[in-house]
Design a protein around this ligand. Structure first.
Ligand SMILES: Nc1ncnc2c1ncn2[C@@H]1O[C@H](COP(=O)(O)OP(=O)(O)O)[C@@H](O)[C@H]1O
Ligand SMILES: [Mg+2]
Length: 464
């Protein structure tokens, strides 16, 4: 039995995401010029020129559709902008190019197998751009007539609709009557009805009706009465990800699962059917594949099974660009006894373009702190800015950036507008950075619960 595969509606894509101030919310792009040269300070990114340029080149290849099924790795010490640059790439992708971000450890915490979690992440990152012909009824409403049955339980009706050239009467069923009532359609409105979905869109009031001004609000939009045929064909283009098609068509889930984010496992047979259908659509010219980007942060947290899955999945026909980030130097590959650069097995490393990030200069740090202060709407006194910069140099950038918000809270307590050195000093004593924390742990030896360290621990990449 051939199954009907649906792709949902374009409305599904219009869910607006909530914006808030996060660690990377100041990043709006890669800050490159037309020749892909990094500007010193642009779109929220500062310095790290080589890595940004490399990211820009790879992005260019993605946009030209030349790169899919490839992988790149950002390797560098903590707090050197690996995640920030990857997110900058995401912002520079087109609006319908999918970007998915997962932290490697999520793969183990979801209520599904590791490979299913990775498969879903892969399929989220592949877009299918679908061209659909829809039939529209478009015209100015002349009259809507609704008849109730004696009991009032059922309604029937008639809709008279016209263009400048013709006029037609349509019979209305219950569903159509409901849709028209919901949109508050009146005689004199210009409307469009999608014939397949039955969706009613109010385009505006007809100019001919503009004289009954007392009947409408100030925001009423006036439009011309359409010309020509009432029934029209239109092509609409919308992009959905393979994962969305999977979920919409999986019987147990339904598309509401997309909102809940709880999609469970999807049967391989269904995926095969969908792949076959998409291939068919491509041949008929009804659909195009839009390879997107999958970003796996802290990739050294994956284990050997996940890595071998990645290796195989990257060779598949429908593979996105995979960007990974790791802050490990030589590290044990999870699930094995072997150590390897960045915690990645050699066969995977072999197919990866590696981009390294380096520790920032003092100037760069100064500017990043400035950008973050603007983003968080915090004012530092010039002295405090200098102190924070040197704190960032001796601890990490991330620690210093965290102190901005803490400093503000302390300053507020003494009702000051600006954060001063003293506020930072306080914040510094309240919150430890990593080095002091390690020192403290050593001093407390015995009074805290320690784990036995059997094997040599992984080494972090050093920032010096
Ligand atoms: N080049 C940069 N320009 C602006 N902000 C940056 C830059 N590099 C890092 N940051 C910011 O510094 C913080 C730490 O960087 P992050 O990207 O999380 O480091 P990593 O992922 O390498 O550990 C984040 O808040 C990030 O947005
Ligand atoms: Mg990171």
């Amino acid at each position: 039995m051939a199954m009907q595969i649906t792709t949902g509606t374009s409305e599904l894509r219009d869910i607006t995401k909530m914006e808030r101030i996060g660690a990377h919310s100041h990043v709006h792009g890669l800050g490159l010029d037309d020749r892909l040269e990094p500007r010193a300070n642009s779109q929220g990114l500062v310095g790290q020129a080589k890595a940004r340029k490399a990211a820009g080149m790879i992005l260019k290849m993605v946009q030209e559709g030349k790169i899919a099924g490839r992988a790149m790795l950002f390797a560098g010490p903590p707090s050197t902008g690996k995640t920030a640059i990857a997110l900058g790439m995401a912002q520079s992708l087109g609006p319908d190019v999918p970007f998915t971000m997962i932290a490697a450890s999520e793969v183990f915490s979801l209520s599904m197998s590791k490979t299913e979690a990775l498969t879903q992440a892969f399929r989220r990152s592949i877009g299918v751009r679908i061209k659909e012909e829809t039939e529209l009824i478009e015209g100015q409403v002349v009259e809507i007539q609704i008849d109730r049955s004696l009991t009032g339980a059922t309604k029937t009706g008639k809709l008279t609709i016209k263009t400048t050239d013709m006029e037609t009467v349509y019979d209305l069923g219950m569903k159509m009557i409901e849709a028209l009532t919901k949109e508050k359609v009146l005689a004199g409105d210009v409307i469009a009805i999608d014939k397949t979905s039955g969706k009613v869109t109010k385009l505006g009031r007809s100019f001919a009706q503009s004289r009954d001004y007392d009947a409408m609000g100030a925001d009423t939009k006036f439009v011309q009465c359409p010309e020509g045929e009432i029934q029209k064909r239109r092509t609409v283009v919308h992009t959905v990800s393979l994962h969305e098609i999977d979920v919409i068509n999986s019987r147990t889930q339904g598309f509401l699962a997309l909102f809940a984010g709880d999609t469970g496992e999807i049967k391989p047979e269904l995926r095969n059917q969908i792949n076959a259908k998409v291939a068919e659509w491509r041949e008929e010219g009804k659909a195009e594949i839009v390879p997107g980007v999958l970003f796996i942060d802290e990739v050294h947290m994956l284990d050997i099974e996940c890595f071998s899955f990645l290796n195989r999945a990257l060779e598949g026909e429908l593979a996105p660009l995979v960007i990974m980030a790791s802050n490990r130097g030589m590290a044990r590959i999870r699930g094995t006894k072997f150590r390897s650069p960045h915690g990645l097995p050699m066969d995977l490393l072999d197919r990866v373009l590696i981009v390294s990030t380096k520790a920032y200069s003092e100037e760069d740090i100064q500017q990043i702190i400035q950008i973050r202060c603007q983003e968080e709407d915090v004012q530092l006194t010039p002295d405090a800015a200098n102190v924070l910069t040197s704190m960032a140099m001796s601890t990490t950038l991330r620690y210093a950036l965290n102190l901005i918000a803490c400093g503000r809270v302390v300053a507020r307590k003494r009702k000051a507008e600006q954060v001063d050195v003293e506020d930072l000093r306080r914040a510094y004593t309240y919150f430890m950075d990593e080095k002091r924390s390690v020192q403290w742990l050593k001093e407390q030896q015995g009074s805290l619960v320690f784990e036995e360290a059997g094997e040599p621990t992984d080494e972090l990449m050093d920032s010096t």
